[in-house]
Design a protein around this ligand. Structure first.
Ligand SMILES: Cc1ncc(COP(=O)(O)O)c(C=O)c1O
Ligand SMILES: N[C@H](C=O)CCC(=O)O
Length: 416
């Protein structure tokens, strides 16, 4: 039973969990037994249509057969060598085919490592110390990212984490998302190595960039010889095969990836212009290394996922599901706004517009939570936090799953 597992977990893990957002499920986290397709099955014998999908990586749904086959094939051959293997080249080729701005890439093991290393590389390349990020953007759990951070850092009231040296904090400048004037002013007055941005914010709920925000960032950063880093850990291979860069027609100097490119296994990557990437060890003097970098299991799962995506028009199918679900959400009587970009979306109650983190924080979180709990009772799992994104997968592209979701929304919409 989940209740018993939770009691035990509280004894062994801080706050009972190993990543804070998991503790946001009320009254206590349910424990998953297994997942298949669009569904997760709990230790309590319940099934839920899953719109969290491991917080984004599972764009094909749970335990996709083709990915499973490829992972098992790799397991038969061995799972860690500390020696290069063919599959890392195949995945790199596939990524740079779809994302031509990635001329060279380094595989790491999480989105956190990807952004941490991309920032270090930008500093090494420009010989400048400062970086600029946006309020509510989440770039993982390292020191330079945990300033006005979204996701669980906002959910649990620690957008600025304790434990980060003052000297580090002085190097991180924050602007409000969609505020180009702030960026222009800061870049004019300070030597900034890089601007790092989530091209669509997926860690304060979903917040799209305003028209020309990303193009404006490109122009301003070029003017001041500052690197532009697109953190595409969520948007890469989600908004389009070429990520947000293809979708919005803006090219970054460096891109960070994670989630989908590992097909549900641990992964991160950063890549970009050859001239910048060649500053990394061993060809250059900016250090990065990792025992598990480019591990063949994550490489195989990622490659298999991208192959299915190429074959099956996954982005359009997942977008169709998101359209159908948000059409029903629009009918909810309680005042709300829905932000959706392709196959990622979120609903905010009690506000008229959400275009930055400050506006997202004004939404009625308690109403969202009530709705999320109602949905769980009716067989649908939305993120347990207002500050996460709802995702759809290929496995949701099914009339019965869509109509069951719509019915669950209808039954869950009595909100006070
Ligand atoms: C945009 C973005 N960047 C970075 C990260 C960090 O990735 P990871 O959790 O794999 O460290 C996340 C999610 O956690 C993310 O959504
Ligand atoms: N918002 C985070 C990543 O995108 C959620 C994952 C986590 O913090 O466990």
């Amino acid at each position: 039973m989940s209740s018993e597992l939770w009691k035990e977990a509280l004894r062994y893990f801080p706050g009972g969990v190993n990543s804070p957002v998991r503790a946001a499920v009320k009254p206590y986290p349910f424990y998953v037994s297994y997942g298949k397709g669009a569904y997760i099955y709990t230790e309590d014998g319940n099934s839920l249509i899953d719109y969290v999908l491991g917080y984004g990586p599972l764009i094909l749904g749970h335990a996709n057969e083709y990915v499973k086959e490829k992972v098992i094939e790799q397991i038969e051959k061995g799972w860690l060598f500390g020696i290069p293997s063919r599959v890392e080249i195949e995945l790199a080729k596939k990524i740079s085919l779809h994302m031509p701005s990635i001329e060279k890439i380094r595989f790491v093991n999480s989105g956190t490592e990807a952004t941490m290393n991309a920032i270090r590389l930008a500093r090494g390349y420009t010989k400048r110390d400062k970086i600029l990020k946006f309020n509510g953007n989440y770039h993982g759990a390292h020191d330079y990212a945990l300033v006005d951070a979204g996701s669980a850092a906002s959910e649990f009231g620690v957008p600025n984490s304790e434990g980060i040296p003052e000297e580090v904090l002085k190097t991180v400048i924050v602007c409000e998302y969609n505020d180009l004037q702030c960026v222009e002013k800061k870049l004019k007055n300070e030597d900034v190595a890089a601007v790092i941005v989530e091209p669509v914010m997926g860690n304060m709920g979903v917040i799209p960039p305003e028209k020309d925000f990303l193009k404006g960032l490109r122009e301003i950063t070029s003017t001041y010889n500052t690197l532009l880093i697109f953190d595409e850990v969520i948007t890469g291979f989600r908004l389009s095969m070429g990520g947000a860069q293809e979708y919005f027609g803006v090219t970054a100097d460096l891109t960070t990836l994670g989630k989908i490119i590992g097909g549900g296994f641990p992964i991160g990557a950063f890549g970009g212009k050859r001239e910048i990437m060649d500053m990394l060890t061993p060809s250059g003097k900016v250090f990065n290394a990792g025992t598990f970098n480019a591990n063949p299991i994550s490489m195989s799962a990622g490659l298999a996922t991208l192959e299915v995506m190429e074959r099956e028009n996954v982005i359009e199918k997942t977008t169709y599901v998101a359209e159908k679900v948000t059409e029903e959400l629009e009918r909810i009587k309680y005042p709300h706004v829905i932000n959706r970009v392709k196959n990622m979306f979120q609903i905010f109650f009690g506000v008229e517009k959400v275009s930055n983190a400050t506006e997202a924080r004004r939404a009625k979180k308690e109403v969202y939570l009530q709705f999320q709990i109602n949905l769980m009772k009716n067989g649908v799992y939305f993120p347990p936090s207002q500050f996460e994104s709802v995702f759809t997968s290929l496995a949701h592209y099914d009339d019965n799953i869509i109509s069951d979701t719509i019915l669950a929304i209808k039954k869950s919409s009595e909100l006070s």
